[in-house]
Each structure stands twice: as C-alpha cells, then as structure tokens.
Design a protein around this ligand. Structure first.
Ligand code: FE2
Length: 281
C-alpha cells in the first residue's frame, strides 16, 4: 500500500497559481476579491470533499492513493478560475464586452490545459473532474472525452472523483452563500435591473424545477430564479453524506427565507420546501 502523503506540496503548488493571478490584477479591484474568493473556495471544497470522502461508505474503503488523487482534484478543480479572472480583467481594461467574454470562458478547459502537461497532476481522475465539474451531466456523457474515459480501467474512479468534486463544490458554494451572502456579490446579481431584482420566479424556471431539472443559467431572469437555480442543485447531489451535510447546515431554510422575499406565493414556497425535503431523504 502506498503511503498517504500530506497535501503540503499540493497546497504550495496551488498557491503559485493564485499568486500569479494576484500579480496581474489590481489590489482593491473586483477581480482581486474574486481571485481571493476562489482561493478560499478551493480550500473549502477540499474540506467538504474530505468530509464526504471519510463518511461515505463506498468511498471510505478506497486506497490512500485514491484519496490523495481525489483530494488533489478537489483542491485544483477551479484552478482555471484564476486565469479566467485575469482574462476578464484584461477585457474590462480594454473596454471589451465583459458579458460576452465571461460567457466565452470555460474555466474547466483552462484548468485542464494548465494541468495536463504537469506530471504531478496528469491523471485522468483529476483532469476529468477539472474539465467537467461545472457542466451539465447530459453534456458530460455526450462528450468525446467521456466516451474515451469509459474504455479506461480507471473509469469507475474517474466518475467517483467527478461526483465527489461536484458535491463538494456545491456544498462549499452553499456555505459561502449562507455565511457571506455570496449570491448578492456575484456578477449575475451586480448586473440585475431593479425590475429583475424584485421579480418573482419565472414560469420557465418553475417548470424546470418541478420537472426535476437543475435550472439552466441561460434561462435565469430574476434574482428569485438565481435562488431557484441554487435550490435545484438538490437534483445533482451524488452521495448520501452530501445530503447529510446539506441538512446539518440548514441550507434549505436560508434559501427559502431569501426566496420568499422576492416570490410572494406561499403555496409555491411550501411546494418547493416539500420537494427539497423529499429529495434530501
Ligand atoms: Fe468550484
């Protein structure tokens, strides 16, 4: 059995990517705050992922080598965000179209490209999670990389790591959404018109939610829609321990309280609450 090495070297390597971005964006800017946030988020994802790893029966019996790789994937999953933020800062500096540029970026691809030639992290269990953690499951399964991965002996572990990263990513996001009011600090909120800020849930978004679907970003209109999108992550939790952590932190109550400030239909709120309770069993 291989010895389980600590994460010290990985943390140092990860911080190099963070430091590079810090050098390239102004202090006190939105970009610097976002770079800092992404660094802390990555540490949070590692933390939540380790908790799921330890307490999930089907993962607890894995080898130390698997745990090491899984933890590396957790820490590095958003490594492409640093470069993405630097690129967006450059666009803004040159008076470019920031909304178009942010849609054109894919931090999964940037991260994959950064790590694939690095022998320390050139492992498909890490690379696949970095590349695909932010995409919809249907898109992942339809990709050429997924077809190729299916032929690898590591395929089961590739999907286990991907599901772990997806779960931990959502838990870490929920944690900062609740503790730091993060939904009101992201680009979507900052660009909302006063009408869209105060509008109720859109019909299309409600339909997606009650059809059991994760709400698509392209369909978001109001801030209530954005909250619904976060709630709709209930359809994409993979491990029972993730649901336990979700319940322990009372994320549902926080999200529903916020939603009720914008969507004044108590019946709808009650139905959404019931749907969450049912999925989190
Ligand atoms: Fe993330």
């Amino acid at each position: 059995m291989q010895k389980e090495t600590g994460m010290q070297d990985d943390l140092i390597n990860f911080k190099k990517f963070y430091n590079e971005a810090v050098q390239k964006v102004p202090t006190d800017s939105f970009y610097r705050q976002s770079v800092d946030h992404k660094y802390r988020h990555s540490i949070d994802v590692l933390h939540f992922g380790k908790e799921v790893l330890q307490k999930t029966p089907e993962l607890a019996g894995k080898t130390p080598e698997f745990r090491k790789v899984a933890q590396q994937a957790l820490l590095f999953h958003d490594v492409g965000r640093f470069e993405e933020l630097v690129r967006l800062y450059e666009v803004e500096k040159n008076n470019g179209d920031l909304v178009a540029a942010s849609k054109a970026q894919n931090h999964g691809i940037i991260g994959y490209d950064l790590l694939k030639d690095d022998e320390r992290y050139n492992d498909m269990r890490i690379l696949f999670a970095v590349r695909w953690h932010g995409q919809m499951p249907a898109e992942i399964c339809g990709s050429e990389m997924y077809q190729a991965a299916q032929k690898l002996p590591q395929f089961t572990e590739i999907t286990e790591v991907l599901r772990l990263v997806r779960d931990a990513d959502k838990l870490a996001n929920l944690h900062t959404i609740k503790e730091q009011d993060r939904l009101r600090k992201d680009i979507f909120y900052l660009h909302l018109s006063p009408e869209a800020l105060n509008a109720p849930i859109s019909e299309d978004v409600k339909a997606q939610f009650f059809a059991g679907q994760v709400v698509l970003t392209a369909t978001l209109h109001s801030f209530a829609d954005r909250i619904m999108q976060v709630i709709s992550w209930i359809y994409d939790y993979n491990y029972t321990e993730t649901k336990n952590i979700f319940k322990k932190h009372q994320f549902a109550d926080y999200l529903l309280q916020n939603l009720a400030q914008y969507h004044h239909n108590a019946d709808d709120i009650a139905k959404i609450r019931a749907e969450i309770a049912q999925k989190m069993q």
